[in-house]
Every structure is written in C-alpha cells, then in structure tokens.
Design a binder for this molecule. Sequence first.
Ligand SMILES: NC(=O)c1ccc[n+]([C@@H]2O[C@H](COP(=O)([O-])OP(=O)(O)OC[C@H]3O[C@@H](n4cnc5c(N)ncnc54)[C@H](O)[C@@H]3O)[C@@H](O)[C@H]2O)c1
Length: 526
Amino acid sequence: MSAVRRIALVGLPGSGKSTIARLIAQRLGWDAVDIDDEIAKTSGRSPASIITADGEAAFRDLELITLEQVLRRPGPLVIACGGGLITQAAARRLLTGLATVVWLDAADDLLIGRVGDGADRPMLGRSVAAAIPQLRGTRARAHQVAHLRVSTGDAPEGVAARVIAATDGAIRINLAERAYHVEVRPGALDDVVLHLPGGATRVALLADRAVRPATERLVASLRSSGIATTVFQVPGGEQLKTWATAGRLLARLGTAGLQRNDCVVALGGGTVGDVAGFVAATYLRGIAWVNVPTTLLAMVDSGIGGKTGVNLTRGKNLAGAIWQPRAVICDPEVLATQDDRSFRSAFAEIVKYSMIVDTSLVGDLDGNLDRLLRRESDALTAAIRESCAIKAAIVSGDEREAGNRAVLNYGHTVGHALEAAAGFGDRLLHGEAVAVGMRAAGALSVQVLGCPPGDIAWQDEMIGRCGLATTTVFDPGRVLDHMRADKKAVGDRLGWVLLEARGRPRTGVPVPEHAVAGALDAVLAR
Ligand SMILES: NC(=O)c1ccc[n+]([C@@H]2O[C@H](COP(=O)([O-])OP(=O)(O)OC[C@H]3O[C@@H](n4cnc5c(N)ncnc54)[C@H](O)[C@@H]3O)[C@@H](O)[C@H]2O)c1
C-alpha cells in the first residue's frame, strides 16, 4: 500500500501527454519527465531520427531502458510516455506496478486536428487521418491496463485538474496481479467513470434502493460519458446475499449484453458489494468491477480486500471468491442518509484499527470523535482514508489470509459467536457484536499478555463514546457454546488475536476456557 507519487500519462498522439504532465507537475510541485525528451537528451538525437535511421525496435529498447532509469529516480514524478511505450509488455509491467497509469483519450478527429501533418512523427506514416484510428485499434488492449481513463477533449487545465482530483489522497493497493486505487473524496461519485476498464462500453450497476439520489447521479454521469448502463435496484441487507439472487443477477448480466471488457459497479453497503463482487467474479469467469460503498462499514472495512460472496443455509459467507475490484470509490457525502445505528456500528472497526496498528487514527478518535459522529465531511474523509490505508496495507501483504491478515480478526472471535447467538439479524449489528468482542479481547490481552490496562481503558472509552457495547444482554454460556462450535476459538491450542499493547497484536494466542468464560461474564450484562 502506498500513496500515489508516480503518475504516468499514456495515450495516442495528440492526446496532450507532455503538456498535461507539465501542468500536473506544476500544480503538485512534482517533477515532470518526458520520456522522448530524455531519450533526445541522452542520445543527442530526436526519437524521429532514431526510428528513421535505426528502426522502431531499436527505439523501443531505448524507451524501455529510459523508463527504467526514470522510475528509479527519487521523489514524486509525472511521466509523459511516448505513445508506443505502452505496447511493450515489459513497459506495461513496470508502469502499472510502479505508477498510476492514466490513459488520456479524445475523439479521433480531435487527435488528428492536434497532430497536424505529423511531420515529426514517423510512426504515423503518410496519412495522419488513417493512422490515428488504426493505432487506436492496435493499442486498444495495451491502453486497457491504465488505472484511469481521462478525456482530454477540453482545455488542458481542466484535464490536469481531473487527474489531480482522481489521484489526490488516493491509496494504491499493490497486489501481485494488479495494483488498484482506493479513492476517498467528497464528490468522488461523479468520477466513477474514470475508473472503468478502458474498453468498457456497458455497465451493470447493482444499486441499493436506499441510495436512490446517488444512483441517479451515478447513472447520469455514466450515460453522459457514453456508457450503456443497466440498473438493477435491490434491497440492501443480509437477505440479498443468497445463491438465488446471485444466479438471477448473472442471468440478467447476460441479457443486458455485458461482454468481457465491460464492468459491474456496486453502489451500496457491504451486502451489495459482496454480491456484486461475487457476480463479477463468476460472470464470463470474471469481469471487472468497481466498488462504490455507501455505508461507513463498507467504506472502512468490507469494500477493501476483495472478499466477495453469499451466505448458505449453514452460515454466512460460505460461498464466494477473492476477486479484487478495479477501484474502490468512497464519497463520504453519500453517508448523510445512513441511519445512526448502523453508522455508529462501523466505529467498532475504526477503533479496532487504532488498536491493532500504530496509527494517526488514535488522535482522530481522541480529538475528533464528536465531529466524526456528526458526520463532518473533512473529519470523516481523513478517518476513512486512514482506515482504508490500514486495511489496504494489511491486505496487500496477505491477500489470502495466510498470515498477518488475521490481525483484522481482533474482537471477532466473541463478535462472531454473539452474532450467531443473536441470529444474524437486526438484533445485533456486526459492529455492535465486534465492539463487545473487543472489550472481551481487551480484558484477555491484559490478563494473558500483560497489555497495559490504560490501553484497553482507552479502547473501552472510545467504544462507549460511540454508543456501542452498552446494552448487550446475552447468556455467556450460550455464547461460549457458539465459540466451542468454532474449534479455533476456545481451548488451549490455536486461537485468539490479542494485544501485547496498543498497536502490537499477536495472533494464535492460546487462551484457557475458564479465562474466556470470565471475560464473557465481565462484558455481557445478564
Ligand atoms: N467482504 C468483506 O470483506 C466484508 C467485511 C465485513 C463485512 N462484510 C459484509 O458486509 C455486510 C454488512 O455491510 P453493511 O453494514 O454495509 O450492511 P448493508 O449492506 O446491509 O447496509 C445496511 C443498511 O443500510 C442501507 N443503506 C446502505 N447505504 C445507505 C445510505 N447511504 N443511506 C441509507 N441507507 C443505506 C442498506 O439498504 C441496508 O438496509 C455483511 O453482509 C457482512 O458479511 C463483508
């Protein structure tokens, strides 16, 4: 996980890569590098003369070496790539792995007009008017690796501003197969179109009925960009996450004519995201999806990590796939309509992050909790960003939960048992259950690992101030029964995520059953 510090601009001749790179760099105070200029500087010859004299292959080798050198430079950079650079597989790997790749695009006639007679561009041959559409065809697949596609039909200043807005404060999640972005920004909803795959012409939008105004806004922005959008409005909530719903949606994607290059967009809470991601993972053996979470829980937790799926009769999330989205777009403004109870319940996960890693969230919670609970935009944006960054960092290092990702389960051992005891309904929301679980895990951390009691007192105070874990009336014996069914949780072998101190979690800590019973007794009112 990292912040965006390298932006690489790719696109057809005439798309404005050099001008826009300079403008972005000026506005951000970064360096701008033009790969063609670098080649000219080091070789003493222009790219046109190298291609004419030595041939295209020799020039492409030079381009690749130059790109490698540029990417090794320290400090933030905007890189204007030569139009053909992206056609090399090695260049695509370097660019997508180390930079945010932005495809600048405009209509062919506009590009043709900007290029003029193409005198200094040997790749265009004799007829610019014929060459541009042809290059669009041959480079189409290469351009699709871009993280963002930005239209350059208007003034360069506007284009630069759009690129900056879409990358400002964005978090990159670096995974083996592809890096992707998490954008957290008021107004980001209007920029979802930038994150669609380059070749997408159709979108299936799975939208929660509870967010109708946001749905209308998103549909309008997709359609105005020429994307054929089919909307499936669904009732959010656990009842959505069924095998039958996923099957129906898969059939409807086929009817809507979605092809391999197209995209599913999820607009809703965690339930909509889980189903939409699962449908995207299985349709045509996997197509792209963009997640636009609309609840605080989905923004800070479920939206990131690529876990998708549905429930089975035997339990929650038992069928699914790990299928990473192309991007996660969090617009804190859409939270204005979320009901207070479910909004507050997400704070269990935010408090959890501040207990399992060393983070600035601690200060945010201490100083800004009232502003956060009042949903003030700047405070929320900062807290969501930091939460996403924490989850992204943990997930990037351990996509399939083989190791460190388990720390995210702090508070979840008791939490899951409580949810099961409550019947997975409205009686106890996930976050409310986790908050109780964290109080139990906190007490055990003091007892078993000698965690400073002050650290846990801080955690419990935050949970209390969020209005969580205050009215939980459950029989500890029943909760223990549910935990016994989960062999990992109780007993003297595998088990718990506990804290040596705030920010220092340990996984797999064995806890004797009598200690678990004692902790439950302490946190569950009778
Ligand atoms: N994939 C993962 O890694 C992961 C992680 C944690 C939780 N989850 C899953 O997430 C789900 C819970 O997510 P959730 O809490 O977002 O629940 P949810 O999707 O059920 O949303 C809660 C309620 O809020 C409504 N809603 C959504 N956005 C709204 C808005 N902006 N304004 C008004 N109402 C709105 C929904 O219609 C629903 O009634 C569970 O199914 C859980 O298993 C998944």
